[in-house]
Design a binder for this molecule. Structure first.
Ligand code: SAH
Length: 513
């Protein structure tokens, strides 16, 4: 019979590294598998081409490391990235290496896998939509077409990593019977366009330049092989951009379904509590706007692990464990796993979740909530649980500064209740440097201000840079707070709801303000 070996529980064996494609940018294009991997990651290493919104699927306990930003200069070298991956996995951390597009299409996926294989570290590769193919949907360029193109070639326009100027045979590419899609082609456009023409491709071959494909800032410009270099200079095209070369480029409408959405091209800073921010962001996304978020609170370890550990050691004492948020689930479960336990410890208790997001999070740990109220709040849960709470023992896993209501009602119904703080939430004191840079360089069109407290915190964090954007206020009270601080709102919600605030922005946009 196998015997339990306690030392193997506490000394970490290398964890899995997931090489995950994040798709071209639209967070809706993440695969279900990518979301699952992000949910279980302890360490996420991501590229600048990855939309930060996809990181919301990582748990609050995960460490998120950006490997370099195009505007902030330094990018980590391939060796440094591999070292971080190896080190994380060897420390027993589940690592997600998140790459823009598909990890294997010009993503150096193979270079990152080799050292993992050599070190005996388990890995998985999660494919995704590559940017070059996304142009078909988001720009309506039919990259294959029964009359014009029966094949597609994905081509590196700049071969950074090759010693020779080019490994490409332009004689072959010029006569390729289909669509040519150049990645990384901005800097060397003169080289590849000239080489194609010199090898017999017509100078008037249509070209579509597509920047930031699938993002709200997507841009499509049409030209020809002969004019592409001038257009790049004239329109100041910078990466990331794709070049679709072939007759099909002329078949795209000027305004695709994606670009036709009412807030297309608008960038919004959504500030405030996580619940409202999430709702606002989904709504903006469906209208075609990109939303960046500035959280008002930061999630941390609880002030003291001792009561948590004590409860985790004695879970068999309880009839119920109640989770008040998805962060609560993450902190509770990760602590349980770190202490050497697993989901079986919860075999004898029932689980309740305050809302569907919390219940979904339990699913990441292969647990199912026995009770989830239809309405997302503690009162609704109390109404369900108090019915047969008498004589039952409840463990409430919540946040510091969490509400007392559920505990009070359960006690009043005759239950024994142990509230524990499984994570802390503190006010954010420092500005997000990416958001600050975007505000400073005029890249943000609107800022949503969902309360007077949010108004104060935004001004504290960003000061006068806020004047570069327009402010949408949720109510007259919030507008007054903004005016007191010296900022005039450009739109105000009526009624005073988040949905109406989005409508107010929409109206301003449609009025062409
Ligand atoms: N693995 C990625 C490609 C990485 S190479 C993928 O599968 O999409 C980086 C190049 O990809 C950029 O220079 C640009 O040519 C292209 N690219 C990536 N995302 C893009 C996007 N959203 N819009 C336009 N081009 C993009």
């Amino acid at each position: 019979m196998p015997t339990a070996n306690s030392s193997s529980v506490s000394s970490p064996s290398p964890a899995t590294v997931y090489l995950v494609g994040a798709g071209p940018g639209d967070p809706g294009l993440l695969t279900v598998r990518a979301v699952e991997c992000l949910g279980r990651a302890d360490l996420v290493l991501y590229d600048y081409l990855v939309n930060p919104a996809s990181l919301d699927h990582a748990s609050a306990t995960a460490e998120l490391v950006c490997l370099g930003h195009h505007s902030s200069g330094r990018m980590l070298s391939q060796d440094e990235i591999v070292a971080l991956m190896l080190q994380g996995a060897q420390e027993g951390k589940t690592v997600v290496r998140l790459k823009g597009g598909d990890p294997s299409v010009f993503g150096r996926g193979a270079d990152e896998i080799e050292p993992l294989r050599a070190a005996g570290i388990p890995f998985e590769i999660v494919p995704a939509v590559t940017a070059g193919l996304a142009v078909a949907a988001y720009c309506e360029i039919p990259i294959t077409h029964h009359d014009d193109a029966s094949a597609v070639a994905l081509i590196a326009g700049q071969e950074r990593h090759c010693k020779a100027e080019s490994h490409l045979d332009f004689g072959v590419l010029a006569h390729f019977p289909g669509t040519l899609i150049f990645y990384m082609g901005v800097r060397k456009a003169d080289v590849w366009s000239r080489a194609l023409m010199e090898n017999g491709k017509a100078a008037d071959t249509p070209v579509a330049i597509v920047r930031w494909c699938t993002w709200a800032r997507q841009q499509m410009i049409r030209c020809t092989l002969e004019t592409v270099v001038d257009v790049i200079a004239e329109k100041k095209i910078r990466p990331p951009a794709l070049f679709v070369v072939g007759k099909v480029a002329d078949r795209a409408p000027d305004v695709s379904w994606f670009a036709a959405r009412p807030l297309f091209g608008t960038r919004v800073l959504v500030a405030g509590s996580p619940g409202t921010s999430e709702k606002l962001r989904d709504r903006f996304a469906s209208l075609g706007a990109d939303a960046v978020t500035q959280g008002a609170i930061r999630i941390t370890d609880p002030p003291d692990w001792a009561p948590v550990d004590e409860a985790l050691e004695n879970l068999d004492r309880y009839h119920w464990v109640v989770f008040s948020s998805k962060n609560g689930v993450d902190y509770f479960m990760r602590r349980l796993l770190r202490l050497g336990g697993d989901a079986r410890r919860l075999g004898g208790v029932k689980l309740a979740a305050v809302g569907s997001k919390t219940a979904e999070r339990l699913g990441v740990y292969h647990l199912r909530a026995d009770v989830v109220p239809e309405r997302f709040d503690a009162d609704a849960l109390a109404a369900i649980l108090t019915g047969d709470a008498a004589g039952q023992r409840f463990l409430l896993a919540g946040a510091s500064r969490g509400r007392q209501l559920l505990a009070d009602e359960l006690r009043a119904a005759g239950a024994e209740v142990d509230p524990i703080v499984v994570y802390g939430n503190v006010d954010v004191e420092e500005a997000d440097p990416n958001v600050a840079a975007e505000l400073a360089s005029d890249e943000i069109d609107w800022v949503t201000v969902t309360s007077s407290a949010t108004a104060q915190s935004l001004v504290r964090l960003y000061g006068d840079a806020l004047k570069n954007a327009r402010l949408a206020s949720i109510s007259p009270l919030t507008s007054a707070a903004l005016r007191d601080l010296g900022y005039e709102p450009s739109a105000e919600a009526s009624p005073h709801t988040a949905a109406a605030m989005v409508d107010a922005i929409l109206q301003a946009a449609q009025a062409g303000d």
